[in-house]
Design a protein around this ligand. Structure first.
Ligand SMILES: Cc1ncc(COP(=O)(O)O)c(C=O)c1O
Length: 358
């Protein structure tokens, strides 16, 4: 090959995806929805299929209006993307390229650091404190963008709205991007969300349809931010990155609140059962407010391989910057039974302990 990547591209550690299991129920590596998408999705997509010979609405106008009224903001404060990952890359292109500086946690959501590194921005990683964002330490870093993933991935831990407000007001970062991919699985999402802080102009909030809405395969997410931030991102985006089917699926997901509530109820209940099961094997999960738990284990590689041999795929913590742990997504009921059986083979059962976070 005669062309060479830019030097900084060579230094990027590629995203490491989770391995799928051989079965639906055994797949616990990628924080997907165990209950799938809305049962009304098929009908919503069938209607959209008749429009596939046309380009999609470039700015997803109908969806933006619905999201704007849902969140009490102006439609010009919303940008829909091909997954929230696309929006993270756009933030890097518009605000970090050529000498920008991002601060994130260590471990971080991988894409935050990869996207910043891809435009040769400086990335400062601030170690977590007791598995949570160390906002006091992050506030000592002068950065263009600070990423706060709330609840955090891979830990599931949260910082309160008051803590995030104080961090944003510290002025350390020009823009605090609060990634709320897992907010629906917290105790009180309405009280926790940083969307009210967007009005300050210093905070932007990322959301995705991949988690509670079960649309990870369609790729759709959105950013709520100041109009000026959205206007800058619109300049650097590919105009048709969000397809017609994805837009139709997202509109349907917003309407099907019954399905959303069912997924939330399932996730909170089975998360507790999962913690109890792990505790019975003397494995103590980090307190999680997301649809997964992070669990310190004595032998990470052996544990992952052992579960895999019994049909359960979980994410090794080393691949997420948290060596000595595994991350387990909340499964279906059948998945939980499969995990119980696998654990029985991989680890001895001790006594039953409770882990009720509700
Ligand atoms: C914190 C966080 N943000 C964003 C994403 C990606 O969302 P999307 O599927 O919308 O790109 C994930 C996916 O796992 C995530 O964990």
């Amino acid at each position: 090959m005669s062309i060479a990547p830019r030097p900084w591209v060579n230094d990027i550690q590629s995203y490491r995806p989770g391995a799928a299991s051989g079965s639906e129920d055994g797949s616990m590596a990628s924080n997907e929805s165990p209950l799938g998408a809305s049962p009304r999705l098929g009908a919503a997509l069938a209607d959209a299929v008749s429009r596939l010979h046309r380009y999609p609405d470039p700015l997803a106008g109908e969806l933006c209006s619905k999201l704007a009224s849902l969140h009490g903001v102006h439609p010009d404060q919303i940008l829909v993307g091909n997954g929230s990952d696309e929006l993270i890359f756009l933030l890097s292109t518009a605000f970090l390229a050529q000498g920008g500086h991002a601060v994130c946690a260590e471990p971080a959501y991988q894409i935050d650091a990869i996207s910043a590194a891809s435009v040769n921005a400086r990335v400062t990683r601030v170690p977590l404190a007791q598995w949570k964002h160390d906002l006091a330490a992050m506030a000592r870093v002068r950065a263009d963008i600070a990423y706060v993933v709330n609840p955090h991935n891979p830990t599931g831990t949260v910082r309160s709205l008051q803590e995030i407000r104080a961090f944003a007001e510290s002025d350390a970062a020009s823009l605090v991007v609060v990634d709320e991919a897992y907010i629906d699985f917290t105790e009180d999402p309405e009280a926790m969300t940083a969307i009210p802080l967007v009005a300050s102009g210093r905070v932007a909030v990322l959301r995705t349809f991949s988690k509670i809405h079960g649309l990870a395969g369609l790729r759709i997410g959105y950013l709520v931010a100041a109009k000026e931030v959205i206007a800058a991102l619109r300049k650097v985006r590919a105009p048709f990155s969000v397809g017609t089917l994805a837009q139709a699926a997202a509109l349907n997901a917003l309407e099907d609140t019954g399905h959303r509530d069912a997924v939330r109820e399932h996730t909170l209940r089975v998360r507790n059962e999962l913690c109890r099961l792990l505790a019975a094997h003397q494995l103590h999960a980090v307190e999680s407010h997301a649809n997964f738990v992070l669990v310190p284990v004595p032998d990470e590689a052996g544990f992952v391989a052992g579960l895999r041999a019994h049909g359960v795929s979980v994410r090794p913590g080393s691949a997420l910057g948290a060596p000595g742990t595994v991350r387990i997504s909340v499964p279906t009921e059948a998945g939980l039974a499969l995990l119980a059986e696998a654990l029985h083979h991989v680890l001895p059962v001790n006594h039953l302990e409770t882990c009720d976070h509700r």
